[in-house]
Design a protein around this ligand. Structure first.
Ligand SMILES: O=P(O)(O)OC[C@H]1O[C@H](OP(=O)(O)OP(=O)(O)O)[C@H](O)[C@@H]1O
Ligand SMILES: O=c1cc[nH]c(=O)[nH]1
Length: 182
């Protein structure tokens, strides 16, 4: 296994601010818009964008939820090991709302396909858009494309893009391209 850095912490920061600005251009004060982070890793990105919207662009409260898609995936029965779901936490209805799905990586599109099914339990949105930090190009299995993308990446099938968010164990946000991940 080998890895190379695709985005540094500074580059991630610049991209997050750009994505926040693009959202504001379309959704203004977010009065009819909700952000839904796709569990598990879209949650961190959705939280970061929502903090930027609040602290740096004065948008006081953005409805923010987290959606688990584990049992909505079309391949969930193919697992050898029992699957563990993450938490869905959506404290509002999405009826007639403009929903923005947020995830760290878009690859085959199957996670987002599952999210489109899972969200139906929370109402009928006016529209659903997709924001991703990394768009893996030419790797889609389904006709799903992002409306907001941080960076487009070309990667081979034996490679994986990993988004590392800053936490107690990781000193900085970074995005890596990993070859032959285990
Ligand atoms: O477009 P897709 O092919 O669905 O891949 C994108 C998903 O993959 C990652 O999740 P996760 O690590 O749970 O999935 P993975 O095992 O496929 O990498 C990532 O956080 C996205 O949710
Ligand atoms: O490269 C990829 C593909 C799917 N999911 C990831 O997190 N990275």
């Amino acid at each position: 296994m080998s890895s190379k850095i695709l985005l540094t912490s500074k580059e991630v920061d610049i991209i997050l601010h750009r994505l926040a600005c693009q959202l504001i251009e379309k959704h203004n004060d977010f009065s009819n818009t909700v952000l839904i982070g796709i569990q598990p890793r879209g949650k961190f990105l959705a939280e970061r964008i929502s903090t930027i919207l609040k602290n740096e662009y004065g948008i006081p409260s953005v409805d923010l939820g987290f959606l688990d898609i584990t049992f909505f995936r079309d391949d969930f029965r193919r697992n050898d090991k029992p699957l563990e779901a993450n938490k869905t936490q959506i404290d509002f209805l999405v009826e007639d709302k403009n929903v923005v799905f947020v995830d760290d990586v878009l690859h085959t599109g199957r996670s987002i396909r599952a999210a489109l099914t899972a969200i139906q339990s929370f109402g009928r949105p006016n529209e659903i858009e997709l924001l991703v930090l990394i768009d893996r190009r030419f790797s889609r299995h389904l006709p799903i494309q992002p409306d907001y993308r941080g960076r487009q990446v070309d990667a081979f099938n034996n490679e994986k893009v990993k988004v590392q968010w800053k936490n107690e164990d990781a000193p900085a946000d970074e995005v890596y391209l990993i070859s032959n991940p285990s």
